[in-house]
Design a protein around this ligand. Structure first.
Ligand SMILES: Cc1ncc(COP(=O)(O)O)c(C=O)c1O
Length: 404
């Protein structure tokens, strides 16, 4: 009998409590919100609502303390060396666009190379493709193996002395593959390249230690870790951030402004122009405090059981194929069905109160490589039960019979 009990965690999510029959399996798009995060949102707006870094009155000081306190919490959670290495913004997409814009201006020269992978979300693909094009750099896309793992031999072939950055997801939002980040970082370091890790999918699946990992950037969205939408975190190594120009100009990031020129503040403020989503950021403190004591090892063993079940059960469904057989995966399963379009399956499952995603999952290069238009994706989180996995498979069998 496994030690891990998802029901214990489901109780902490008010939406799941109020809708006990809902089978929510779209966690790769948005996780549900933790009770303490929601309480914190109300507390912020009812007790200390004011702008941060601006006022000298009591509630403004409290709002700023909540905001800066969360920076400390995130730094501790990721094991960053300095609190200044944590930058807040609007999401993983924002964070990657910021790094692509700002890092490229500081470090990318014509003839240099950026390497990404074919399994990336568009958010970690398009900003680099554009920067490479605009700066005369080469944009290379590393392939995957038959099993849906990163093709390390292809990566080794693509890395050269001109490689300046490798950017890849910690876990794929289509295949569920957990990438061998430490190996990739060792390969990048051998030519002095920087590495950005897109942790958007991974961060609710396991603990992250940026120093141990050795990455230069790590990004994730609060939305995918039980906190609020519209909040993103960028971890960046201080020595690198200090050489990057600001992304957005405006209030809060400048020191002196004259009619002719301006001087900037230091990190992190230089990268946080304008009014931030302080309430969402304060909520992240609650989510990460909750995860600080989460039993990750038990959860990983539990997800392995769900994966075993899904592999066996899906293989028995007529004309359905589970994409990817990676050795290390998160609880995310993408299915290709021969006889029914993924959108129709998702709509049919909705009639059974099962929430899954269908489409290309913002990964068109991967879909093209796999030669499929869309998949049906079930993504599990800490509150999903084995019984829900069974309900999903039963409903899928029913839908294929009905529509196929
Ligand atoms: C792997 C991956 N990267 C990046 C993103 C973009 O995250 P956001 O929409 O929160 O900016 C997503 C969103 O689904 C994702 O799954």
């Amino acid at each position: 009998m496994a030690k891990y009990d998802p029901a214990v965690y489901a109780r902490r999510f008010p939406l799941l409590v109020s809708k006990p029959d809902l089978v929510y399996l779209d966690n790769a798009a948005a996780t549900q919100r933790l009770d303490t995060v929601l309480e914190n949102v109300v507390k912020f707006y009812t007790q200390k609502n004011s702008n941060v870094h601006r006022g000298f009155y009591e509630i403004a000081v409290q709002a700023t303390e909540a905001y800066e306190g969360t920076r400390e919490t995130v730094a501790r959670y990721l094991n960053a060396r300095y609190r200044e290495e944590i930058i807040f913004g609007a999401g993983a997409t924002w964070a990657i666009n910021f790094v692509a814009y700002s890092w490229s201006r500081a470090f990318l020269r014509p003839g240099d190379e950026i390497i990404t992978t074919v399994m990336e979300h568009h958010s970690n693909f398009l900003p680099w493709q554009r920067e490479a094009k605009e700066r005369g750099a080469t944009f290379k896309v590393c392939g995957i193996t038959e099993e849906g793992e990163l093709d390390l031999e292809d990566l080794a072939r693509k890395i050269t002395a001109r490689t300046k950055l490798i950017t890849l997801s910690h876990a794929s939002n289509v295949l569920g593959t957990v990438n061998p980040i430490e190996k990739v970082i060792a390969m990048a370091k051998s030519v002095g390249a920087h590495v950005l890790v897109d942790g958007a999918k991974y961060v609710e699946c396991g603990p992250v230690d940026v120093q141990k990992m050795g990455c230069d950037f790590y990004v994730f969205s609060a939305n995918k870790v039980f906190a609020c939408m519209g909040v993103g975190v960028l971890y960046g190594r201080r020595e690198i951030l200090e050489q990057m120009p600001p992304y957005q100009l405006g209030g809060g990031m400048v020191e002196v402004v004259t009619e002719e020129d301006f001087s900037c503040r230091r990190i992190p403020e230089i990268f946080e122009a304008g009014t931030p989503n302080a309430v969402g950021i304060a909520g992240l403190h609650e989510a990460l405090t909750f995860l600080q004591t989460f039993p990750w090892d038990d959860y990983a063993a539990y997800i392995d059981r769900i994966s075993d079940y899904m592999q066996t059960a899906v293989a028995e469904l007529p004309g359905v194929r589970l994409l990817g057989r990676p050795r290390k995966r998160v609880g995310l399963y993408s299915l290709a069905c021969e006889s029914v379009h993924a959108h129709d399956l998702a709509a049919a499952l909705s009639a059974k109160n099962i929430c899954v995603r269908a489409g290309n999952h913002c990964a068109q290069p991967l879909m093209r490589r796999l030669q499929i238009p869309a998949t049906l994706r079930a993504s599990f989180s800490i509150y999903n039960s084995m019984e829900q996995a069974e309900m999903f498979v039963d409903a899928l069998r029913w839908a294929i019979k009905k529509l196929g």
